[in-house]
Design a protein around this ligand. Structure first.
Ligand code: HMG
Ligand code: MG
Length: 307
């Protein structure tokens, strides 16, 4: 199969990236981050979560973030909604897309959303129905699709099962998420081959964390399977509060460098994203873990010094 000529990048740094920060990131910084990412050409930004602030305190200001951002026409602003309360928040905040998030592992489902996989599907059913009635887009995220911090290996059948349940609920897009970054290119190809038999390939996305340094290789493996949507986090921000030791998502700068090197269109200005990576790393005091981001930032400075 030929690799895609263009891909959609979903920037998840403002949500998946920041949710794990111990120190509260000021709302104004979050707003600036979302605005700058959208201005760089990113057409889908995961901007906030409407989850319990007791569970994820960093996301407690989701309504203020959504109220403060500029809405660029054509840009999708997504938010996480674990239940009807979250959906009501998302609707009031005028989100374009809601994200329901389940797991392919029972143990992770319990730790992350305090219920079994089957209970989570029951809880999501009215959320999806209400979102459909309100004309919102719906994305389903399948956590631990390539491994679980509690259970270890996750059978492909479990991933397919959740994908089918999300599909039956009415999700527009479904994410295959390597929550703890243990996946390998071989496993990635096997999963996308299997899952694209039960859900349209063009609506599947790859959500890779980079804990074992395999994320770019896994993205390339997914490209070989014709996958056209990838999630990434500027400066490689992040981790998961319910997956100890897991690092952030693959860095957006690294994914853009890969895509542009393959002549795959993204519509995104890499230089702008590099500058945003420096901005958010300074704002959070966290090191920028994007290899391409750091190299390009240093080169820009060097070029300026030599000019
Ligand atoms: P629970 O404790 O079982 O439920 O949590 P509850 O209904 O008893 O609620 C507990 C408290 O939270 C109550 O407050 C509720 O009112 C409140 P209290 O009465 O004690 O004062 N509450 C809410 N507040 C605001 N917004 C809401 C909301 N719902 C309840 N929507 C629940 C169940 C699902 C709420 C909880 O487990 C939760 O919020 N979990 C979210 C966990 C989370 O955000 N994890 C990170 C995102 S997933 C992820 O990162 C993976 C992903 O990136 C893909 C990947 O990499 O795998 C997507
Ligand atoms: Mg994630």
């Amino acid at each position: 199969m030929a690799i895609p000529k263009a891909v959609k990048i979903v920037e998840v740094g403002p949500r998946d990236g920041l949710q794990n920060e111990k120190n509260f990131v000021p709302t104004a910084i979050k707003i600036d981050l979302v605005n700058r990412l959208a201005a760089a050409g990113i057409r889908n930004v995961e901007a906030a979560s409407f989850v319990s602030p007791k569970w994820v305190p960093q996301m407690a200001d989701g309504a203020d973030v959504m109220a403060g951002i500029e809405r660029r026409p054509g840009t999708i602003y997504s938010v996480l909604t674990p239940n009807m309360r979250g959906f009501e928040g998302a609707l009031a905040a005028k989100a374009d897309e809601i994200v329901i998030f389940g797991a392919a592992s029972e143990a992770f489902s319990q730790k992350n959303i305090n219920c079994s996989i089957a209970e989570s599907i029951e809880r999501f059913a009215p959320v999806v129905k209400a979102a459909k009635d309100a004309g919102l887009r719906i994305r389903g995220s399948v956590s631990c699709a390539l491994g679980c911090p509690y259970q270890g290996d996750v059978p492909i059948e479990s991933v397919i099962d959740v994908v089918q349940r999300f599909s039956a609920l009415g999700c527009d897009d479904i994410d295959i998420a390597d929550t703890i970054g243990v996946g390998t290119p071989k496993r990635t190809r096997e999963i996308f081959q299997a899952v694209s038999d039960v859900f349209p390939r063009e609506h599947l996305s790859g959500h890779f964390h980079d804990t074992y340094g395999q994320a770019l290789a896994n993205i390339y493996a997914a490209l070989l399977e014709g996958i056209e949507i990838f999630h990434a986090s500027v400066a490689g921000l992040g981790g998961c509060p319910y997956a100890k030791g897991a690092t952030g998502n693959v860095a957006t700068e690294d994914v853009l460098y890969l895509m542009h090197g393959l002549d795959i269109e993204t519509g995104i200005d890499l230089a702008e994203v590099v500058a945003i990576g420096d901005f958010i790393s300074n704002a959070t005091g966290k090191p920028n873990v994007s290899r391409a981001g750091k190299a390009l930032f240093a080169k820009t400075r060097n070029d300026a010094a030599c000019a």
